[in-house]
Design a protein around this ligand. Sequence first.
Ligand code: SF4
Length: 441
Amino acid sequence: MSKKLLLKDAHIEGIRYFETYRKQGGYTAAEKALKMTPDEILEEVKASGLRGRGGAGFPTGMKWSFLAKPEGVPRHLVVNADESEPGTFKDRYLMEFLPHLLIEGMLISSYCLGSNVSYIYIRGEYSWIPDILEEAIEEAKAAGFLGKNILGTGFDCEIYVQRGGGAYICGEETALLESLEGKRGNPRLKPPFPAVKGLWERPTVVNNVESIAAIVPIIDITGAEYAKIGVGRSTGTKLISACGNINKPGVYEIDMTITVEEFIYSDEYCGGIKDGKRLKACIPGGSSVPIVPANLLLRTVNGEPRYMNYESLADGGFATGTMMGSGGFIVLDEDQCIVDHTMTLARFYNHESCGQCTPCREGTGWMYKILKKIEKGEGKMEDIDLLWDIQRKIEGNTICPLGDAAAWPVAAAIRHFRDEFEWHIKNPELSQTQNYGLANY
Ligand code: SF4
């Protein structure tokens, strides 16, 4: 059984409220942190090996150490709660059931970074959660854990919740900052990075909800102890939101030492494939990461078991591996049509493109149109090569990673399931009524 750090108290009735959270030891990590210096906290975070839980997996301690500290210029912590990646809903779970874990993590992080005004930017579709967060903020304030002169330390901290307007692109950190400033959520060219010029051109750290919540157990048990959990550079625990054709969709906390096979088939996690069907493929890190067929999902190219961690999932690179990404684990059974699935994703990225760069604005639309044609049985063999060519011309040629996120699913689908694309083209009469997965898999 995986060790639980974030969700250990999630089952306790009333844990959403300050009184219950406090009774379970809540805010003791904050009390401990406020007796430390900001540099000591930073060292603990670095020692923990925590990697950003939003998708990129960049070391959090290193990110914090890049924060510029010009004299007299305010700094900010912004929590990215714009969780819009298809298949990902673990931050929603944390905020809905354990809001004080996030607030406590923000207090410690704000103290470490020197942010007196911090923000939670939350996706507009999570319409009921801002009220939960604002209630928790008020409770923490009434108990002296937010506001002026927190616990007599002289440190002031306010936290504000900002609702997004429902655009996927605002999950990209610079688009989020633009939106938070009241502008259209267009990603900015980098450099300058937010650590130097972020919110209102002030030094800013933007971190994912789960990353900031993880600061609480890191301070609680120390960074060194946190680093002992997990394996290699995949330290600590990770929340996975599992969905698709499985028996037990939900949010699970794992310690990154379990195999993918165990995660899918064990009753402790996904409980196997629904209706006893066979596993066809999986997208283990949210819709932007490459899809992998069952054989390469459960075993690496060398025949080793694949594990639920950053390194093992990426083993083999883009040719045979995938990525941990945001932890949105989407399972596809033998009946799923890969062309249809890829087309749905292409439509999503086309719709969500902000339109600033030509390869993304035009390329995502072209990919969607070609995939739609193939799926309808109106495609030609050369369309597959055309799709491949377009995705290659998008990748690495755009302002923000949405372009890559749109290109990778198409590349991986063609790489691993080219025969299925060809089947649609060769069998136009069957393309709409049957799918290759059912007939041949
Ligand atoms: Fe906008 Fe797409 Fe360019 Fe990102 S890659 S800035 S979403 S057009």
